[in-house]
Write a new protein. Structure first.
Lengths: 262, 296
């Protein structure tokens, strides 16, 4: 017997269930089955869905992919894709939750540093695709009186990000991407936390290790604290050199003046 | 701007009735450094949504070549309607690139709030026709320009479809004023998969609406018992049967901008230019045919 014709909304949600959850119950009866079964026809779409998204994740997480190998990566991402299908047609934005997923993914439990490498790769991916913006011209800052400068709150460039990881994810990522096995085997994965600045420069995305004090000041500046208050986060730091570095790297795009400096 | 500069600018803006090439990331550097003799390029809009080096490369390439934007994520057939955030991002790219053509697909890719990463088939019903027309009109209003809508490759049909795909497409252009991006390979693939007559499909499209043609390779997927499905993987040269159908399309539509697409195992630019050169020969023949017809 012919099934009742579904509405377009019902049909599209049933096809979604078939692709994402491999549940064909809502869709099969509506598909013409001459010569080739609905399941075989749906397999073509299922295969594209899986391969497009696996490829998107592989491009965003190249070091994770090399660390675990293609087969493991594909197995893990298939589960991830089913639980977290994309919510946007912009695939550069897809895969944000992979680090958290991996930290709860039992088969990867022996690689304690893997979620941190994923976290770093996501920060790099974000920096790579962040919106363009003109960097702040340092002369605008130089034109201020000292008292005014203390009250400056910066607007960070869309591509900058700060990250604290428990494992040396920056060293691991670099050794893996450079295929430097000697460097990789020399890394102690338990070598304590690392504080990282990730930003897009003209030459590409840079991952820079920072001291705890520089990281705290930078975090305060990126959060929009007035300059004087941000510097108070770590008194005695070479703050002027740090600020000059950030300005030279284009880490800020604008500033405003607060009523008070704290 | 003097008139010659304006004419040059215009020549770089509109997509000529010549053979262009689908531009992928691996060819960015080569195009910028060696300026290959492609008449125009087409890119996937969704690959240039943010900032950074890819959009910067496209900006530079756009200064030397006409560029067409081909979308894959607007999901014109979604009953849920278009994603306003995605629409806004696409508009930013259109404003930045100032493309000669903007196109999308007769398909859907968003359901239940998820992007399904493929161009999925629609039931050919009055309800779907109304929804596609609404979404196309919305997109054209949003972009303040006419778009082209491409016929898809499909691997399944729905039992409750009542309208042939070619009539559906013709109705969308009639009701919204959009144009047609006639993918000749897709017609061939779908015709083989569903037992349609590819030439009749072509003959049913309104010639005045066809603003672009796509050509690509496809693969024959073998199932057990000697059964086959043709799958549009854009991973090889254009098949001889598709070239033959393309000649028929040019005879019917006249010379139309034609694109060589290649997305799987993207080959060197030289091979894409070879395929484009083959299309150029057929376009020239169509131009001569048009001239003869006008002279007669």
């Amino acid at each position: 017997m012919e099934p009742a014709a579904p509405s377009l909304l019902e049909l599209q949600r049933a096809l979604r269930a078939s692709l994402v959850s491999h549940d064909d119950r809502g869709i099969s009866a509506h598909i013409v089955d001459v010569g080739i079964s609905p399941a075989e026809r749906l397999d073509v779409y299922r295969s594209t869905f899986a391969s497009v998204l696996t490829t998107a994740l592989r491009l965003s997480y190249p070091a994770v992919h090399r660390l675990v190998g293609a087969e493991f990566f594909e197995g893990a991402t298939r589960v991830f894709i089913e639980v977290h299908p994309p919510r946007s047609a912009c695939l550069d934005d897809y895969g944000e939750g992979l680090a958290d997923f991996l930290s709860a993914f039992e088969p990867a439990a022996s690689l304690a540093y893997l979620p941190d490498v994923a976290r770093l790769e996501w920060a790099v991916n974000r920096a790579l695709h962040a919106s363009d913006a003109e960097p702040l011209d340092p002369r605008r800052l130089a034109a201020l009186a000292d008292a005014e400068r203390a009250r400056v709150s910066f607007v960070p460039h869309p591509s900058v990000g700060l990250l604290r990881v428990d494992h040396p994810a920056d060293l691991i990522r670099r050794a893996v991407l450079e295929e430097d096995d000697d460097a990789l085997s020399a890394i102690d994965p338990g070598a304590g936390p690392a504080r990282l600045l990730v930003q897009r420069l003209a030459t590409g995305v840079e991952v820079r290790r920072m001291s705890e004090s520089a990281w705290r000041i930078t975090a305060a500046l990126f959060a929009g604290w007035p300059l004087a208050a941000a510097l108070d986060e770590a008194p005695g730091t070479e703050a002027s050199a740090l600020l000059a570095d950030h300005l030279a790297a284009g880490a800020f795009i604008d500033f405003c003046l607060n009523e008070t400096s704290d | 701007m003097n008139s010659r500069a304006a004419a040059l600018r215009k020549a770089r803006d509109s997509i000529p009735a010549e053979a262009g090439v689908g531009l992928r990331f691996r060819h960015h550097r080569e195009v910028l450094e060696s300026h290959p003799a492609a008449a125009w390029f087409e890119v996937h809009t969704e690959n240039y949504l943010g900032g950074g080096s890819a959009p910067a490369c496209l900006d530079a390439i756009r200064r030397d070549y006409p560029v067409s934007l081909h979308g894959t994520g607007l999901s014109l057939g979604s009953a849920e309607g278009s994603d306003p955030a995605h629409l806004a991002r696409v508009r930013e790219v259109v404003e930045r690139v100032e493309p000669g053509l903007v196109s999308e697909h007769l398909s859907f890719s968003v359901a239940g709030g998820n992007y399904l990463a493929d161009l999925l088939p629609l039931p050919m019903t009055e309800e779907a026709l109304g929804i596609v027309c609404r979404n196309v009109a919305l997109l054209q209003d949003h972009l303040k320009r006419r778009i082209l809508v491409e016929n898809p490759s499909t691997y399944l049909r729905f039992r409750h479809s009542t309208i042939p795909e070619w009539e559906f497409l013709a109705q969308v252009t009639k009701r919204t004023g959009c144009g047609i991006l006639c993918d000749v390979n897709n017609i061939y693939v779908s015709a083989c998969n569903h037992g349609w007559n590819a030439s009749e499909y072509l003959a049913a499209l309104p010639p005045e609406a066809v603003g672009e043609i796509h050509l690509a390779g496809h693969v024959v997927k073998r199932l057990d018992g000697g059964r086959v499905l043709r799958v549009d993987d854009h991973g090889s040269r254009v098949a001889p049967e598709v070239w033959a159908l393309y000649a028929g399309a040019l005879a019917r539509f006249g010379p139309v901008p034609t694109l060589i697409e290649w997305d799987t195992d993207v080959p060197p630019m030289a091979m894409l230019l070879e395929e484009a050169a083959h299309a150029s020969v057929l376009i020239e023949e169509a131009k001569n045919g048009t001239r003869r017809a006008l002279a007669a």
